[in-house]
Each structure stands twice: as C-alpha cells, then as structure tokens.
Design a protein around this ligand. Structure first.
Ligand code: DAH
Length: 339
C-alpha cells in the first residue's frame, strides 16, 4: 500500500509540474485529494491492513495529501504571478509615444463678429434677442413704415412664401416684435440671418447677416445715439476710430443717417481698403419714425428712440480683409482656419 501511495504521490507531483493553466490545477485537486479522488480510493483499502500498519499508513497518506495540496497551492501562486506579469507587460504605456492629434474647431468669422458686437453692446446694458427668419410682410415692411411702392418690397428683391409671409430682408422686424411685446424702456441688439433675391457674386449673397439695435424710452436723443455709436466703434475698431454721420433716408427712421468710421487701416489718409476715401460706411441708423412707434402702440409724444442696423458680412470682410463674400459661405477649412 505504501508503494501505491508513493506512486500516486509521484504521479500527482508530475501532473502538477506540467500544468500551465490555473483551472487545470482544480481538476488535479479533485482527481487526487477530492472526495472521490485516488487517495480516498486507496484509503478505502485500509481496512485490510493490520492494526500496527493502519496508523503508519494513515500518517503516510496524510503526508501525501498535504504535500499534493501544498504543491498545488504553490503552483497556483506561481501561475498567478506569471499571469499578472503577462498582463502588466501587455498593458505597458509608452509615455514617450506622440499623442493623438485632435482637430479642434473654431468659430466661423461671422459668428466671431456677432459675438464680439453682442458683447460690446451687452457691456453697454443691451440685451440680445432673436427673431424668426420667416417673417410677416406686416413686421418686415408695413409696421416699419416701408411704403407700398418701396423697391425692397418687390417680388424680385424679396423671397415671398405667399402674400403675408416672406424670408425677412432685414433684422428690423425684430424692432416691431420687441416694441409690441416688451415693456419700455427697450435696449436690445438682435443678430440674425436675412435674405434678399440677389445672385451670389463677390459682394452679394442671397443669405447674409445683420445686427439690429434699438433703444426706446423717454428722452432718448440723437446725442445718446452718437455717444453709443462712438463707444461701439472704438471698442470694435480701436480707440483712435472717428465717426461721421451722413444724412440718409430709411422709411423707419427720421432723421436717418449712415455712419462712417475713419479707415482703421490707413487711419483716414486713404488706402485700398477705404478706396482712397479715408472713411468706411458701417451702418444705417436714425431716430425711430413716429409712425413706427405708433404702429407698435407707443406714443411718439411721450417716447422716442434710436435704431441702427449693420451688415455682419461687411464687418467681417473689412475687419479680416476678405475680398470675396463667397469665401464666407464655402466653408473651406483652409480659409476658416485663418481667423
Ligand atoms: N434695415 C436696414 C437695411 O437693411 C438697416 C437699418 C437702417 C436698420 C437704419 C435700422 C436703421 O434699424 O435705423 O438696410
């Protein structure tokens, strides 16, 4: 019996040695020292032994079981270590490897100008509001005192959906919406898309952006408008920028003026940017026409206001010296990356 035990021990140790995966160890354990294992089978024959031999064999059998279990545990620890090392090896991070390059986008120049202008006016206490691009003829023309025979109302100048609806030709209808819905005093700027029936060329686009401004309250004067515009252009184009007000005509303002700024490239001497003039036109403006106030339910005897509107594409083209408006809608990354 002792011989059988020793054979069994040798066989078990051989098998343990040869194992290369942890779960194989479990089956070896079952095979030799489990309840129905080889060792148990052998020990069942103990009954045939003499009374002296029995404890001796029992001791040997226990030693064999212990040895097998110790070896299995040792092997388990060794295999675990190997497994862990392999895992560590495979997960090694090479900190010297160049990182992945992420292409971070940036704001379109039009958005940059809108943000910059909005921020300047917010600093002056204005709120930013938006209006819909699909407007009523009433808000876009009638309430703004635009006469029935005004050329901008023509089918060939405006995209109509039907008699009453159109793609707004200007951001000015936001004035009407605001005056009709908000409490006085009003101090807003409103950026957004506008549409006119122009074909696309270097200086025209059927879709473009404007920023509208409106202030209405008691005792609002042209002097306040001039002060506001002066602050604005100095912030946008630089402290040395001068302004010039030229009389003009808009249906919704009286008096109306166009505002020119001294050329921020040559400082007013005359260059290609200002076409030798020294001045650059940047916006249309005026005191809100009494008819417009009345159309919006505001008494022109008590309240007054000023309004202005500027083309964003024009500002962007001036500021970034872009000579073709089409570049702003083509969205060529190589172009946009420059701003
Ligand atoms: N809406 C005008 C345009 O598209 C620009 C404009 C001029 C807006 C005078 C105004 C203003 O608010 O007072 O040409």
């Amino acid at each position: 019996m002792k011989e059988q035990l020793l054979k069994l021990k040798e066989a078990a140790l051989e098998e343990i040695k040869a194992v290369s995966a942890i779960d194989e160890l479990d089956s070896i354990k079952v095979k030799y020292s489990g309840k129905k294992g080889e060792l148990t089978k052998l020990l069942k024959g103990m009954g045939k032994l003499s009374a002296e031999e029995r404890p001796v064999m029992g001791k040997v059998a226990n030693e064999v079981r212990e040895l097998i279990e110790t070896k299995i545990n040792e092997k388990r620890t060794a295999l675990k270590k190997i497994e862990q090392e392999a895992k560590l090896q495979s997960e090694v991070i090479d900190v010297t490897m160049p990182g992945k390059v992420f292409n971070v986008g940036k704001k379109h120049p039009i958005t940059q100008i809108i943000d910059e202008v909005s921020e300047i006016f917010m600093g002056l206490g204005f709120s930013v509001v938006e209006g819909p691009e699909v407007e009523t003829v009433e808000n876009n023309f009638d309430a703004l005192n635009a006469p029935k025979d005004h050329p901008s109302r023509d089918m060939s100048d405006t995209f109509y959906f039907n008699e009453n609806l159109l793609l707004r030709t200007q951001t000015s209808p936001v004035q009407v919406r605001t005056m009709r819905s908000e409490e006085l005093p009003i101090k807003i700027v409103s950026p957004g898309r506008c549409f006119r029936n122009d074909s696309l060329d270097a200086t025209h686009s059927p879709m473009f952006h404007q920023i509208e401004g409106l202030v209405v309250g008691k005792d609002i004067t042209m002097a306040q408008f001039k002060g506001t515009v002066e602050m604005f252009v100095k912030k946008l184009f630089g402290e040395e920028t001068k302004t010039k007000f030229r009389p003009h005509n808009f249906p919704f303002t009286e008096p109306s003026a166009e505002v020119d700024v001294s050329c921020f490239k040559c400082g007013g001497k005359g260059c290609s940017m200002c076409k030798g003039e020294g001045w650059i036109e940047i916006l249309g403006s005026g005191m809100v026409h009494p008819n417009v106030l009345r159309n919006c339910g505001i008494d022109p005897e008590v309240y007054s206001g000023f309004a202005f509107g500027m083309g964003v594409e024009r500002l962007a083209m001036l500021k970034y010296e872009i000579d073709d408006i089409r570049l702003l809608v083509e969205n060529d990354i190589r172009f946009l990356e420059q701003f």
